[in-house]
Design a protein around this ligand. Structure first.
Ligand code: ACO
Length: 345
């Protein structure tokens, strides 16, 4: 940019003087299992209807992983696709961060299991957990390692096998979720601002709106806990809905403000894909045009930490985002947690 050109936006990170270092998404990839579970299939499992699910959520179908397919398998495949597009080999990966609430097992981390599967033998690896907000949290963490010059190439993955913690007898929740994974390769790219800002927030006071009671130190697995169905997620739908709209609007507004951007300047908004009505309400509050909102939840339902990662990949591969576009990602999840990020693509 020549010195006389008026900047298109403010880069909030510039004040930290990173000496030209930026953090860009070099490429993205995603993977969803092949098995499709439709609303018609669910009608045979619980007392529900395609009409109820479609009007209340916008979801028509979701993907379900095979019994022998785990969160690490989904994440590894998404990672391979992102790495191939970025032209990055496994030995170039410095760090793997996996956001998930459905790790293959409590430990070791799913990131370590993915490291082995993709052959990234040099990399450090760890998981983070911020439920459906996990991918934005992981992007921001990865960004910090790039900007500080600790690492050059960071692989960020959101991966979930939510079908493994879904109570298939609870119609309130089982219609909402699906399995899948998305991945992003982060690197510094010349002549790009990349990840301009990321807002992250949490409110542990509302932890009981959405949680899984069993399986942790508070309630280890026992015959009783299994019989009481404590190893499935539970959700207060209505309260979660209200909090989601409020928190996503606030986070997105803060992210735009930091970059001195009006919503009209955003090419595409990639919101967490939980419920069409939440997305529309957030879009309306932000003053966004309907064509600025990316929606693919009709195909996948809510895939938690994988949700915006899969959506971002589909938006890029379908040509709805091109290099130089400004995009806004906005998320919400259990914790409660929320976040928003502005990226110059
Ligand atoms: N089929 C038919 N009826 C149903 C179903 C179903 N699958 N599920 C619930 N109902 C019934 C309820 O029992 C209730 O019946 P009643 O009035 O006789 O008691 C009625 O439908 C209305 O239920 P509500 O809970 O009022 O429905 P609402 O319009 O709030 O929609 C929903 C429910 C879709 C769950 C919504 O509240 C929602 O999307 N909440 C937010 C979910 C979310 O965003 N989660 C994000 C984070 S996820 C994460 O972090 C993992």
């Amino acid at each position: 940019m020549s010195p006389t050109t008026t900047p298109k936006f403010r880069n909030p990170r510039a004040k930290h003087n990173f000496q030209g270092r930026t953090c860009s998404v070099a490429a993205v990839g995603s993977y969803v299992p092949s098995r499709i579970l439709t609303n018609a299939d669910l009608e045979k499992m619980v007392d529900t209807s395609d009409e109820w699910i479609t009007t209340r959520t916008g979801i028509k179908e979701r993907r379900i992983a095979a019994e022998s397919e785990f969160t690490s398998d989904l994440g590894a495949e998404a990672a391979r696709r992102a790495m191939a597009r970025a032209g990055v080999t496994p030995d170039q990966i410095d760090l793997i961060i996996v956001a998930t609430i459905t790790p293959d097992m409590p430990f070791p981390s799913t990131a370590c299991l993915i490291q082995q599967k993709i052959g990234a033998r040099r990399s450090a690896a760890f998981d983070i957990e911020a439920a459906c907000s996990g991918f934005i949290y992981a992007l921001e963490i990865g960004q910090q390692f790039i900007m500080s010059r600790t690492y050059d190439t960071v692989l960020v993955i959101g991966a979930e096998k939510l079908s493994s913690i879904t109570d298939w007898k609870d119609r309130n929740t089982c219609v909402l979720f699906g399995d899948g994974a998305g991945a992003a390769v982060l690197r510094s790219r010349p002549n790009s601002h990349g990840l301009l800002t990321a807002v992250m927030g949490a409110d542990g006071e509302k932890a009981d709106l959405l949680f899984m009671p069993g399986g942790g130190s508070r309630c280890p697995a026992s015959l009783e806990s299994v019989n009481s169905r404590l190893h499935f997620l539970r959700m207060e739908g209505k309260e979660t809905f209200k909090n989601a709209v409020q928190a996503m609007h606030t986070a997105a507004t803060e992210a735009l403000k930091r970059c001195e951007l009006d919503i009209s300047r955003i090419k595409l908004i990639i919101p967490h894909q939980a419920n069409r009505r939440i997305i529309d309400a957030v879009g309306e509050r932000l003053g966004a045009r309907p064509d600025q909102l990316f929606v693919n939840l009709e195909k996948y339902g809510n895939t938690s930490a994988a949700s915006v990662a899969i959506a971002l990949d589909e938006a890029v591969q379908s040509g709805r985002i091109e290099r130089g576009d400004l995009i806004l990602m906005v998320v919400f999840g259990a914790g409660l947690t929320w976040g928003a990020a502005v990226i110059e693509w």
